[in-house]
Ligand binder design. Structure first.
Ligand SMILES: *Cc1c(COP(=O)(O)O)cnc(C)c1O
Length: 220
């Protein structure tokens, strides 16, 4: 049977230099997270505000917590103080709330884009986001938000062609926003796409951050 250390090393071995690994620890115990921490890992991803709030004080303070779940406005005040990066920002109203609650430290966010065919997934529509974000005044509406990049989830399917096309579309949108005339976005460099099942396709399409749970910790 493979150990956590074996699985962690084999996941890391598949990542090219420059691709960051966020270990998705939703539903995992504090002991499991601690074991990966002891192997040297520092970036963890959580989906549920309550769970993040419970685990964070029980674990070392140099962990970088990524909030990767769907964030409701009412939970922004709980997540903001502990999150290093919020991946799933999917509406202007949520941006309003994050801007309102951010204190001295600007809030680092990724805009979530709806690239999948599934209705259950969240995010801005690609065309909508390109129109909004290419207006240099748009991001300035939230002065305490620092826009770091984009996040997306592909359709959950064995059709690799479709998954690659969805990731390719997100990469193209990322490049379009960064190169839009008049845009100066020095901090906008993160493209968060790829999970256990589709990380290799995401990396081939240009991802520089993968969110991996099952392949490291085992089945949930
Ligand atoms: C759960 C989750 C992951 C990790 O999924 P695995 O299949 O366990 O690797 C990645 N991203 C998001 C947004 C998730 O909710």
């Amino acid at each position: 049977m493979s150990t956590l250390a074996d699985r962690y090393r084999s996941v890391k071995a598949t990542l090219p230099a420059g691709v960051k690994l966020v270990a998705v620890s939703k539903t995992r115990t504090v002991e499991e997270i601690r074991a990966l921490y002891d192997l040297g890992h520092r970036a963890f991803g959580e989906n549920y505000p309550q769970e993040l709030k419970q685990k964070q004080p029980l674990l070392p303070s140099d962990i970088e917590w990524h909030f990767i779940g769907h964030l409701q406005r009412s939970n922004v005040k709980h997540v903001l103080p502990v999150a290093h990066l919020i991946h799933g920002v999917d509406s202007e109203r949520l941006l309003d709330e994050i801007d309102k609650r951010a204190d001295e430290r600007p809030a680092d966010v990724l805009l979530q884009v709806h690239i999948a065919q599934e209705e259950t997934k969240h995010g801005f529509l690609p065309a909508e986001l390109l129109a909004l974000a290419s207006d240099p005044g748009w991001m300035a509406r939230w002065p305490r938000v620092r826009f770091r990049g984009l996040m997306g989830m592909a359709t959950n399917t064995d059709d690799h062609g479709r998954v690659s096309a969805e990731f390719g579309g997100l990469k193209a949108l990322f490049d379009d926003i960064r190169s839009a005339p008049g845009m100066a976005l020095p901090d906008f460099g993160i493209l968060s796409m790829g999970m256990s099942a589709d990380a290799s396709l995401a990396i081939a399409a240009g991802s520089n951050l993968v969110r991996i749970g099952t392949a490291i910790f085992g089945e949930r």
